[in-house]
Design a protein around this ligand. Sequence first.
Ligand code: PEP
Ligand code: MN
Length: 456
Amino acid sequence: MSSSAETPALPDPATLAGLDHWRSLPIKQQPSWPDAEAVAAASAELATLPPLVFAGEVDQLRDRLAAAADGKAFLLQGGDCAETFADATAERIRNRVKTILQMAVVLTYGASLPVIKVGRMAGQFAKPRSNDFETRGDVTLPAYRGDIINGYDFTPGSREANPQRLVKGYHTAASTLNLIRAFTQGGFADLRQVHSWNRGFAENPANSRYEGMAREIDRAIRFMEACGANFDEIKAVEFYASHEALLMDYERPLTRIDSRTGTPYDVSGHLVWIGERTRDIDGAHVDFLSRVRNPIGVKLGPATQPEDVFRLIDKLDPEREPGRLTFITRMGAGKIRDVLPGLLEAVKAEGSKPLWVTDPMHGNGITTPTGYKTRRFDDVVDEVKGFFESHRAVGTHPGGIHVELTGDDVTECLGGSEMIDEDTLATRYESLCDPRLNHMQSLELAFLVAEELTKN
Ligand code: PEP
Ligand code: MN
């Protein structure tokens, strides 16, 4: 081995200093920690802990996303709106992974495209909020900002931001990722298990349709095996972790210099994204994420102008590197057909090729008269259709889907073929934040996306 391979590459001083430039910029959506010293101590502890993901994996994901931007793969990104520490159990994690694997099979088989599987998992603990405070009756307390910051219980003690939670967030992410790696590499995700991923879920029409497809896949595998083919590709899957890079006291200490290249990686997850509320071009989040090598997502809401998109491209992807930048549009079913084509046209004319992904959840929130935050499955489906229609009209690639889902049988979104109605919402509404598609709604959506993909 040459000595240069053994000597860690060092970052230049400007790169290191740049990682803290965000501290001098306007920043949104950070908690007010009551004890600055305790936060500094927690961040210092995080800085000593091992990386959760490795630079080589992050680079591999960037290559995969480049293929998706080129129409040769499709991104499936999904998981909770807000992961909680209490739900980081083997059963809950397994159900989410199973659901994503099932959706991926439906998409791969239905559309004959490689599917890049990315969980909103192992770090999706911090939430942006519209209001800093929540009032119930005559009591007003700080809003719940996610388990990595404060507790959901409506008491002063629980709602106070607690820096101990930063460290607990790291360890919960580590154990979640450990289980994901075991499931996806250790035989559970072997395509020959395609039936077993469906076991344990309640009987329903989407399940039966899935079973039909699984039988066809089984036959195809048996045929290939009988022919003597034995491919490793079906024994394990690549599964990546992603979350919104919101909480700087977590992301900054988990950003490390890669010894191979001397460049910074945010090792809290493979892909990190910037939310709709924190994507100000001159703000802290955009500056910080412009300096790490990870693939970066940016949410784009219905008020986005082409100029905003150009400035984000220039700042986050000055080299126009394939796979670097993903735009996750969340326009709302009623707006996507008016807004998205113009953005796609403008970016196409400029010559950039970001990956375009639809988030059909965040533009379609409603609140029922009884106070439940929900979404209509029909609106979700309509936004997905509007996404595909817009790309077809402009001649760009619809590169992926980003959804809030869970593997459990919750009743949080209205509709689907189980026809969850407003009265049913109360039976199993578990989300502490936004409503998620349940297992069956997720599968139904995957079938629909597969159909849309084959129209292209
Ligand atoms: C989210 O993804 O949970 C979220 C808050 O999204 P957005 O930034 O698009 O509102
Ligand atoms: Mn959400």
